[in-house]
Design a protein around this ligand. Structure first.
Ligand SMILES: *Cc1c(COP(=O)(O)O)cnc(C)c1O
Length: 366
C-alpha cells in the first residue's frame, strides 16, 4: 500500500508514549503498578477542574465555543496580555502542529536540539520540513551551536525550556545573547510546559518580550494542573502572529469539557501550590536517595529527573517493569544509558528507590 502514501509519512517515526498502567497489569499479571513515565501530576486532576467537567458534561450535545471566549479572557487577565495574544490548542502538541503549518514553507527549515521533545521532529517530518537537531552540551541546549546552524531559510527554532527529557534550562542571560542578532524572519518558540515547577532565579521571563519580538510561548494544563487527559494548552504570541495561527486551526479544536476545566483550574491556586510542594519535596527525596545508592542524575528544575541507568536504558526499564514500576527508557531520545523518572507521590518515590536498589544489587526477580 506504500504507493498510496505521501513520501513524508513513510519517513515518520511513530511516537511511543509512556506505557499505560492497565496494559502493564494485563501483560505482566501484576496487581499494583505505578507509572512514573509521562511527567503527569501524581496528585490527580485539579479538584476545581474536575467539578467543572462534571457540570459541563451535561451540555456536550452542543458544539463547544469555537472562540474559547471565557478561557481566553481569564488567561489574558492572569497573564497581563490581551485575549488576542492567545491561541488555544488541543494540548501544546497541537500548537506545535499549528505553528509548523502556519509558518514554515516547503523550502524552509527548523532548528532545535537533539534529545528534546520528540514532537518537534515528528510533526516536522509529517509536513516534510527539514529539521536540524544540534547535540546537547553537558545535557543542556547548546544555543551557540544552534545559532550557527540558523541560515536564511530557517523559519523556526524550538527551545523546550526547561528541556524534556533532561530537566535542564536556558538562563535569561543565555537567551538574551542568543536573541541578539537573530534573523528577523526566524521565529523562536519557547516551550515552557514545566514553568510551574521552576525553582531558580535566572529563568527567562519570556512574557516580557513576546510583544515586539518573534517569540511564541507555549504552555500547557497537562502537567501542573493534572489535565493531561483532557488535552489543553495555549500559545502566547504577538497579535498578528496569533491571528494567523487561528486561521490554521480546526474550528472546534478544544472540547467543551477542556474549556470548562481550564477556566476552573486557573482558580485552583491551592492545587497548584500543593502540586509544586509535592514535586519539590519529592525531588529532594529522590536526589538524597539516588546519592545514597550511588546513582548519578542530571539536576532538574521540572517534575522529572534524568537518571543515569549505568546500563542499557531499555534493559533497566524492563527490569523495573517486572516490579510494577513504569519509567521511561531514553532510547528514542538518543540517551541510551538513561531513564527518565517522573516525581511521584511520596509512596511512589519510595517504591521507585526500593526497586532500583534491588535491581542494582542484582536481585532482579520480584
Ligand atoms: C509534556 C510536554 C508538552 C506537551 O504537552 P501537551 O499540552 O500535553 O500536549 C509540550 N512540550 C514539552 C516540552 C513537554 O514535555
Amino acid at each position: 500500500m506504500k504507493e498510496l502514501v505521501r513520501k513524508n509519512i513513510l519517513n515518520v517515526k511513530p511516537y511511543v508514549g509512556g506505557k499505560p498502567i492497565e496494559e502493564t497489569k494485563r501483560q505482566l499479571g501484576l496487581k499494583e503498578v505505578i507509572k512514573l513515565a509521562s511527567n503527569e501530576n501524581p496528585l490527580g486532576p485539579s479538584p476545581k477542574a474536575l467539578e467543572a467537567v462534571r457540570k459541563a458534561a451535561l451540555g456536550i450535545n452542543r458544539y463547544p465555543d469555537s472562540s474559547g471566549f471565557y478561557l481566553k479572557r481569564k488567561l489574558a487577565k492572569a497573564l497581563g496580555v490581551s485575549a488576542a495574544n492567545i491561541v488555544l490548542g488541543n494540548g501544546s502538541d497541537e500548537l506545535i502542529d499549528i505553528i509548523i503549518k502556519t509558518f514554515v514553507e516547503d523550502d524552509e527549515n527548523i532548528v532545535t536540539s537533539d534529545s528534546t521533545f520528540l514532537e518537534y521532529g515528528i510533526i516536522a517530518s509529517v509536513y516534510g520540513r527539514k529539521i536540524t537537531k544540534v547535540p546537547l552540551r553537558y545535557f543542556k541546549y547548546d544555543l551557540e551551536s544552534i545559532k550557527k546552524k540558523i541560515d536564511k531559510k530557517t523559519k523556526l527554532v524550538f527551545i523546550a525550556n526547561p528541556n524534556n527529557p533532561t530537566g535542564t534550562y536556558v538562563t535569561k542571560y543565555e537567551l538574551r545573547d542568543f536573541m541578539s542578532g537573530l534573523a528577523q524572519n526566524t521565529l523562536l518558540v519557547m516551550d515552557e510546559a514545566y514553568d510551574a515547577f521552576i525553582d531558580v532565579n535566572d529563568f527567562p521571563n519570556t512574557a516580557e518580550s513576546f510583544r515586539n519580538k518573534n517569540i511564541i510561548i507555549l504552555k500547557t494544563f497537562s502537567k501542573s494542573y493534572g489535565l493531561a487527559g483532557l488535552r489543553l494548552g495555549y500559545a502566547v504570541a504577538n497579535e498578528e502572529l496569533a491571528a494567523f495561527m487561528e486561521r490554521a486551526r480546526q474550528p472546534f479544536n478544544i472540547n467543551s469539557l477542556a474549556l470548562a476545566a481550564g477556566v476552573a483550574a486557573l482558580d485552583d491556586k491551592e492545587f497548584l501550590l500543593k502540586t509544586r510542594k509535592a514535586v519539590l519535596e519529592g525531588k529532594d527525596y529522590l536526589y538524597d536517595n539516588l546519592k545514597k545508592i550511588g546513582v548519578s542524575y542530571v539536576p532538574s528544575i521540572t517534575n522529572f529527573i534524568l537518571v543515569d541507568a549505568g546500563q542499557d536504558s531499555v534493559g533497566l526499564f524492563n527490569k523495573m517493569l517486572k516490579f510494577g514500576v513504569i519509567v521511561r527508557d531514553m532510547q528514542q531520545y538518543g540517551l541510551n544509558n538513561f531513564i527518565r523518572v517522573t516525581i511521584g507521590t511520596r509512596k511512589e518515590n519510595e517504591r521507585f528507590i526500593k526497586v532500583l536498589t534491588k535491581i542494582l544489587r542484582g536481585k532482579e526477580k520480584p
